[in-house]
Design a protein around this ligand. Structure first.
Ligand SMILES: [Zn+2]
Ligand SMILES: [Zn+2]
Ligand SMILES: [Zn+2]
Ligand SMILES: [Zn+2]
Length: 315
């Protein structure tokens, strides 16, 4: 039988050195049969009630299901019992060897009966369905959270930029104020010195005039004139000198220097150690998990089939 799926050969034909593609598998015998051998197997009395599945379906089964054996690997005997306590299948030898003290030994036929309609099976389906819903919700929720985080980051970046711009404006204003202050301080002192210079130019020319007067008096005037003139000029010179000394004592000639009172850069560095700090806030989850609290007990408990807990008589 040509098929795209993996080919299996008939186990019976192989013994007779014939290679024949298998079409079915007997789940009891764990053997593959071709069409011819399937018919033979089906009419043989011992195997007529064996459960048979098509090779296609057999290969569709998960690997671990395909590998489930009917026989005990240790004793090569058919599993006929199930030990609830150990959660394992046992052959009669296992029962005597390892499970002699065990309670809740059930015939396999009874355990597997209607298993597909059992609460455990339905519960597994519900659990898987809930898990699927939960995980889908989680993926959706985490993806949304990630988008939200990215949006938050963008918003923070914009705010940081706005803060920075506002700070620039604020510093521009402060700088302008300082420049105005500086100009005012300079102008005040400039005016004071300029007025003083005018005043002293005047004084200088007066003193120069007095020097000229002294020279003229010295060369031309009579002794009497000179005597009188010197007294007057001396009085005037002394008065000027006293005035200069007073101005000096009053600090009029103190040296004036202009500079910035504080170094703004160091001031800002000292008081402003960071530009801010990302605030990571955590809120309660937005999703709810659908988890059955009672499920745990059922998973480790026995399969809930009536009479399954009766202890078997051991022969
Ligand atoms: Zn065959
Ligand atoms: Zn069979
Ligand atoms: Zn065994
Ligand atoms: Zn046991």
């Amino acid at each position: 039988m040509a098929s795209s799926i993996q080919q299996k050969l008939c186990n019976i034909c192989i013994i007779q050195h014939i290679t024949e593609d298998a079409t079915v598998r007997c789940l009891e015998c764990e053997e593959y049969f071709c069409e011819k051998c399937k018919i033979h197997h089906g009419i043989t009395k011992a195997s007529s009630n064996h459960e048979i599945i098509s090779i296609e379906n057999d290969l569709k089964l998960p690997k671990f299901v395909q590998n489930i054996k009917n026989n005990c690997s240790e004793h090569d005997e058919r599993f006929v019992l199930y030990c609830d306590q150990h959660g394992v299948p046992c052959c009669t030898q296992c029962l005597h060897n390892k499970h002699a003290e065990c309670r809740n030994i059930t015939p396999f036929q009874r355990v597997v009966h209607n298993v597909k309609d059992s609460p455990l099976f339905m519960d597994l389906e519900t659990t898987l369905s809930d898990l699927m819903t939960n995980i889908t919700n989680i993926i959706e929720d985490r993806t949304e959270n990630l988008h939200d985080l990215a949006k938050g980051q963008m918003k923070c970046k914009k705010e940081i930029k706005m803060t920075r711009d506002a700070l620039n404006t604020y510093f521009d204003d402060l700088e302008a104020d300082l420049l105005v202050d500086l100009q005012k301080t300079f102008t005040e002192n400039e005016l004071k010195i300029q007025n003083m210079l005018k005043d002293f130019e005047l004084r200088k020319s007066k003193v120069f005039k007095m020097q000229e007067d002294v020279n003229i008096v010295k060369s031309i005037a009579s002794d009497f004139q000179s005597f009188m003139a010197i007294r007057k000029l001396t009085k005037s010179a002394n008065s000027t000198e006293t005035h200069l000394q007073n101005l000096f004592d009053q600090g009029t000639f103190d040296w004036i220097e202009i500079s910035n009172s504080t170094t703004i850069l160091q001031l800002v560095k000292d008081s402003l150690k960071s530009f801010g700090k990302p605030d990571r806030r955590v809120h309660p989850p937005k999703i709810k998990l659908n988890v059955q609290k009672t499920r745990g007990a059922q998973l480790i408990g026995p399969i809930n089939i009536s009479d399954s807990k009766k202890k078997l008589p051991i022969n």
